[in-house]
Design a protein around this ligand. Structure first.
Ligand SMILES: NC(=O)c1ccc[n+]([C@@H]2O[C@H](COP(=O)([O-])OP(=O)(O)OC[C@H]3O[C@@H](n4cnc5c(N)ncnc54)[C@H](OP(=O)(O)O)[C@@H]3O)[C@@H](O)[C@H]2O)c1
Length: 252
């Protein structure tokens, strides 16, 4: 049996990943604050196992409780493969340094960086020295390696996620483990996150006009197409552990 856990599957890229994996007949567990009814229906229609857990990823206690419960539950079924997609993310706060409130800074780092660290740690701990292969995908961004004015917190969280991915992958190799951990940068997609970006002001975000143009000129990628390419890489692409993959490497 193969399980996939996807954070942020209620919409956007996470929803696309969940849809693909349900169609591939993997058992899917979705984690976010709200549930996506369409995923539940798709699972019923395709006869696939699907379960939703409600969890606020900015709250460490909730993350610990929910993910240990998921890990125990899956462990008991002795799966062949476990795929963990740390996909949930937030872009806010959008503003220049000197104009930031502390609460959104903390929430961003908790959702984008601390939650993936804690969740990955739980799964690599639970499935240490078992026959189950754990495959972690951390969804990152081009902003991890390119400073974008107004996005200092987001850029920093994704840069941290890349380094966490690379370090954890090295450790798995040194420990003689087959578990894999990669990062994936999905490109600029037509999701709610882009809507949030476009609703900021020029004062907060210098490149606002460029991002409005992406939408007006139809340059945004479809989340479903990006999800399809990622799932293909993960299930059949023999990806290299520790590597940061970019959507442009996968689709022309
Ligand atoms: N869109 C882009 O252009 C773009 C570009 C590069 C990278 N990315 C990355 O791609 C990933 C997916 O982004 P997207 O565009 O699909 O975003 P999105 O449409 O805004 O969806 C974000 C998802 O994250 C979940 N989430 C946010 N805060 C949460 C919290 N506190 N607790 C639990 N879940 C939370 C949301 O679920 P609930 O609200 O239901 O909790 C939602 O399912 C993110 O990591 C993002 O940084 C996006």
């Amino acid at each position: 049996m193969k399980y996939a856990i996807i954070t942020g599957a209620s919409r956007g890229l996470g929803e696309g990943i969940a849809k693909c994996l349900i169609q591939e007949q993997l058992s899917v567990i979705s984690v976010s604050r709200t549930e996506n009814e369409e995923l539940k229906k798709l699972a019923v229609d395709t006869g696939t196992f699907y379960q939703h857990y409600s969890c606020n990823l900015s709250l460490e206690k909730e993350v610990q409780e929910v993910f240990w419960e998921i890990a125990h539950k899956i462990f008991k079924r002795n799966p062949v493969d476990v795929y963990l997609f740390n996909n949930a993310g937030v872009i806010e706060p959008i503003h220049t340094v000197g104009n930031l409130d502390p609460t959104p800074i903390i929430r961003n780092i908790q959702v984008n960086l601390i939650a993936p660290m804690i969740i990955t740690n739980i799964f690599l701990s639970k499935f240490r020295q078992t026959a189950t292969k754990v495959y972690v995908v951390n969804v990152t961004s081009g902003a991890a390696t390119r400073p974008i004015e107004g996005w200092s917190v987001y850029c920093s969280s994704k840069a941290g996620l890349n380094m966490f991915t690379e370090t954890a992958a090295l450790e798995q190799v040194s420990g003689g483990s087959d578990h894999k951990i990669i990062a994936f940068s999905p490109g600029v997609m037509d999701t709610e996150m882009q809507g949030t970006i476009r609703s900021s002001s020029k004062d907060e975000f210098k490149d606002l006009d460029q991002f409005k143009e992406y939408k007006e000129q139809n340059k945004l990628l479809s989340a479903d197409i990006v999800a399809g390419a990622l799932v293909e890489l993960v299930l059949r692409g023999n990806a290299e552990s520790g590597k940061v993959y970019h959507i442009r490497d996968l689709i022309g």
